[in-house]
Design a protein around this ligand. Structure first.
Ligand code: PXL
Length: 283
């Protein structure tokens, strides 16, 4: 029998406004990965840009769902967590990682909780501390600079950091446990924006950036993380997958701006999927 790669995406469902599962699922599926979901919560919209959103916490469902999977002896090539619905979910997801990890399972944690120096609504500083614990279980983590500061319990210094500062953050994050760290929102010169990646096993650091497009674009962290994981599951090394994730995210933003689309709906990642598939060699 041929082997089909399988991943589980552990994020919320924001019913409106492309982010989390409505981004991870289509991107990973396009990358040829059979992607199952473990929804952490359901919101009527994401939390940034629509007033009065509803929020249903699905903490109580995580254990029954994954207990059923255990009886089926299911195996996954990747477990990918993002936005969680409660503080308790941190320990539950950590346990799910332990229960389903095999020597071939890639665990990716995007410690989604903050941006631009501020925690998202519904996240508490206590939750931020818990995220550090979850990151310690991962093979790869994908924080932005704000999330990195919360995880390391350090002040957020803004975006303009030196290479030495970025390298020190990457090393400290990898010392928590993950072998590979990809830090987003890195800018060493005006008008450029990208990511820095560190592989603890080789000691190598990589930087890659693109032209910066001004403005805040919702859900782009999820686009980036999903594109990175899709690249890695298609056999790309960290450096190549990081470049692809930066380029694809940049393309999604530039198409959204060109088409003059309403920003709170997230970026039109669908229109850049042909480019993504081409880079993956799937088209
Ligand atoms: O893209 C991160 C994210 C995920 N899920 C929800 C969010 C956000 C960012 O604001 O609100 C519900």
């Amino acid at each position: 029998m041929n082997k089909q790669k399988r991943a589980i995406a552990i994020h919320d469902i924001s019913c409106i406004g492309r982010c989390s599962l409505t981004v991870a699922l289509p991107i990973l599926s396009a990358a040829g990965i059979d992607t199952g979901v473990l929804p952490t919560s359901i919101l009527s919209t994401h939390t940034g840009g629509f007033e009065g959103f509803t929020f249903r916490d699905l903490t109580e469902d995580l254990v029954p769902i994954t207990d059923h999977w255990k009886t089926l002896n299911l195996k996954f090539d990747a477990l990918y967590s993002g936005f969680l619905g409660s503080f308790e979910q941190i320990d539950l997801v950590a346990k799910i990682f332990d229960d389903f990890k095999t020597p071939d399972t890639l665990i990716m944690v995007d410690p989604v909780m903050a941006d631009n120096g501020v925690l998202y609504k519904i996240y508490s500083p206590e939750m931020a501390r818990g995220m550090a614990k979850l990151c310690s279980k991962a093979d790869v983590i994908v924080p932005n600079l704000t999330e990195a500061a919360f995880i390391l319990d350090e002040p957020y210094k803004g975006e303009s950091l030196t290479r030495e500062e970025v390298e020190s953050i990457l090393r400290k994050l990898s010392n928590l446990g993950p072998n590979q760290v990809v830090l987003t929102g890195i800018s060493f010169s005006e008008g450029r924006l990208g990511a820095a990646a560190y592989d603890k096993n080789t000691g190598k650091m990589y930087y890659y950036d693109c032209e910066r497009i001004e403005g805040y674009f919702h859900g782009t962290g999820d686009v980036f993380g999903s594109a990175l994981l899709g690249g890695m599951l298609n056999g790309m090394a960290l450096e190549r997958a990081t470049k692809l994730a930066v380029d694809y995210t940049h393309k999604c933003i530039s198409l959204t701006v060109e088409a003059d689309l309403e920003k709170r709906y997230g970026v039109c990642f669908e229109r850049a999927l042909p480019y993504y598939l081409e880079q993956l060699g799937l088209k």
